[in-house]
Design a binder for this molecule. Sequence first.
Ligand code: RIB
Ligand code: CA
Length: 297
Amino acid sequence: MHAPRLLIDTDPGVDDALAILMAHHSAEVVGLTIAAGNVGLGHTVANALKLVELIGAETPVYPGCATPLVRPAADAAYVHGEDGFGDAGLTPSSRRAADEHAVMAILRLSREFPGQLTLVALGPLTNLALALRIDPELPSRFARLVIMGGAVNGRGNTHRVPAEFNIGFDPEAAHVVFSNWPKFDLVDWEATVRHGLDYAEFAQWLQVDSPRARFYAAISRRTCDWAQAQGRARLYSADALAMAVALDPDIISQARECHVGIELDGSLTRGATVVDWEGRLQQPANARIILGVDQAR
Ligand code: RIB
Ligand code: CA
C-alpha cells in the first residue's frame, strides 16, 4: 500500500480523532483544516491542536468557518460532549493554530502539491465549498477527494430522518461541493452502520499501554456509553471508516458510481443525499458510493 499525502478537513469530534490518529500513523498529513460541526469552532480547533500535540506531529492546524454558509444548525455535543472530546477535562494544548484561514490553506496547499494530495473531508463541507467558489479549478489540483457524509438510502442520523450530520449541518455547502467536484468517493452513514466495530474488541485496543490509547479511552468513553445506551449493537466510527478508505482504497469491496444531489428545502428532507441509482436523470455520476469494505483488513 503506497501511503497517500493527505489534507484533512475535520470537525474533531471523537471519531474524527480516531481518523486523524490513523492518518498520522500511516501517511503524511500536510495540514488539518478545521470546520465547525460536532461542536463550535473554538472547541474543534482546540481539539485538533491537542491531537497533533499528543501525536508529536508538526501538522499545521488552520481554523475555518465558524458557521454554516446560510442557515444555523444544531451541533452534536450530545454525542461528542460539550467540548467535542467527551468532556474528559484534558489539559488544553500549548500549541497555536496557524494564522492562515482554512479556505486559503486549502487553495495554497493544492498549488504547493499539485495533483499529489488526497483531500479527506470528515466534517461539514463549509470550508471546501468556499474554496471551490474562490477557485472553481480546485478539483483539478487534487489527486482524490474522500467525503464522509450522506445516507444514500435515506437512513440518516439526525432529527431529519434522511439527513446525515455532516451534510445536514451545511446542506448549501454540500450542494456546492457535490455540484462542482466532478468525482469523489462517498463514505456514507449507512456504510458506517454496516461496518460497525465490536465494543469489546475496541475496548481491548484501548488497553494498550500508550499515551494515545489512554487519550482515546478518555475522550471516547462518553460516546461509547451514549451509543450503548442508544442500543447500538456496535460502535459506529464514520470518520475512521472514511479514513481507512482514503488510506487504502484496496479495501473497497463494493462501490457504485451514481449522481448524488443534495436536498436544500423541505422540513422533513433538508440535507438528504438523493441518489439517482438508475441514472434516470442522465446526469454524470459525481460520487463513487462505497458500499462494502474488507473490514478484517
Ligand atoms: O454523521 C457522522 C459524521 O458527523 C462524522 O463525521 C462525525 O464526526 C460527525 O461530524
Ligand atoms: Ca467529523
